[in-house]
Design a protein around this ligand. Structure first.
Ligand code: SAM
Length: 352
């Protein structure tokens, strides 16, 4: 039997999560996590499982607080906890005692237990904004339709990026009739005025989600007071329901090697893209991806160019960067931005 993390380590993980929620501007999650860390007891099966968390890793890096918070949010959204729902956002931030009084009975609901079993998985559709801005650069450069290949695509919501509408620093893009509008806070000049035409789209994920089957799960992991993110995700799920995008199951490296070995239609630009995914790939996969792109780049030409567009943390984990490499062409740092794509500072340095 695995050893148990100490109860103190579990409580510290909730306190640490509360601190992160504060930093990231979620007062409700801050209060919820702090309260659970202080008052959770072993009176319920949920409390016993959480406080006796198996010592596989530390409870914070196991995302234990987010597992429990996701389960609670799911129950609230499903109408299983009306008294708790009456205190959840968009209602005003509740005081600790009434929130705990509403929480305590819900912690006895066995429907929470499966939420402790798997780590949270997200698909942040706000990242379509930086990716679309990057595609405008690709479209300006090559002026032909793109073939999208997304690594770590989750439910594939960002593969539909041309089906959303955008205001990118005053530059309109995407589908003007879309129910989802993305308008990140913008600094600097707008991206180029170009037309993005998507010829095909396909992705891979080690654990692909189905937007129709897993939509409620994705919504549950959005923090309850992040109202704009919730609305964006709901709109994107509605778009995806009408246009399922194929997301294959597998490791990104082997899948990409197979895709790059396939014939590219002349007159299309092949674009390999990913957002906040590369850091999760094994080191060996990352190295294979970089090598496969460099190799494929040697065969790319003006009629069948290759592009690698990524919105990922920099090497020091300090900032999220939008980078583009094209063959022919070179590498450019296009922008820095918010991890969810809510703000972008456009740089678009010349190709080097
Ligand atoms: C933080 S999520 C980001 C999802 C999506 N790119 C987005 O921006 O919303 C990271 C994704 O990478 C996937 N992933 C992790 N390791 C992987 C691997 N070796 N190959 C493919 N996908 C992987 C995870 O399952 C998860 O869906």
């Amino acid at each position: 039997m695995p050893a148990s993390a100490t109860e103190a380590a579990v409580r510290a993980a909730f306190a640490r999560q509360a601190g992160w929620a504060k930093t990231l501007g979620s007062p409700f999650m801050e209060r919820l996590c702090a309260l659970l860390g202080e008052r959770l007891s072993r009176d319920t099966e949920v409390g016993r499982r959480v406080l006796g968390w198996p010592d596989r890793a530390d409870p914070f890096s196991d995302a234990l607080p987010l597992r429990l918070a996701g389960g609670l949010h799911a129950l609230v959204r499903a109408g299983r906890a009306p008294q708790l729902a009456a205190l959840y956002p968009p209602k005003a931030l509740p005081n600790e005692d009434p929130l705990w009084a509403a929480l305590e009975p819900v912690l006895g609901d066995p429907a929470l237990l499966p939420w402790l079993e798997s780590a949270p998985q997200t698909n942040e559709v706000g990242r379509s904004a930086p990716l679309m801005a990057g595609l405008l650069v690709v479209a300006e450069r090559f002026e032909q339709p793109v073939e999208l290949l997304e690594l770590g695509a989750s439910a594939g919501l960002n593969l539909h990026l041309d089906r959303y509408r955008y205001d990118l620093g005053g530059r309109p893009a995407g589908d003007p009739a879309s129910p989802l509008r993305l308008a990140p806070d913008w600094e600097g000049p707008p991206p180029p005025d170009a037309e993005v035409r998507v010829a095909s789209r396909r992705g891979v994920d080690i654990n692909p989600l189905d937007p129709r089957r897993d939509g409620n799960r994705l919504l549950a992991y959005v923090w309850p007071d992040q109202i704009r993110r919730l609305a964006q995700l709901e709109a994107a799920l509605a778009v995806a329901a009408g246009h399922p995008a194929p997301v294959d199951r597998g490791d990104a490296a082997g899948w990409l090697e197979s895709r790059l070995a396939e014939r590219q239609h002349p007159g299309t630009t092949r674009v390999v893209l990913h957002s906040i995914a590369f850091q999760y790939f094994p080191a060996e996969s990352k190295a294979r991806i970089v090598a496969a792109l460099a190799e494929a780049g040697k065969a790319a030409g003006a009629r069948s160019p290759l592009a690698w567009l990524r919105y990922e943390f920099d090497a020091e984990d300090r900032a999220v960067e939008l980078r583009l490499t094209t063959w022919p062409g070179g590498e450019r740092l296009l922008a820095r931005g918010h991890p969810h794509g809510a703000a972008l500072s456009w740089i678009a340095a010349p190709a080097r």
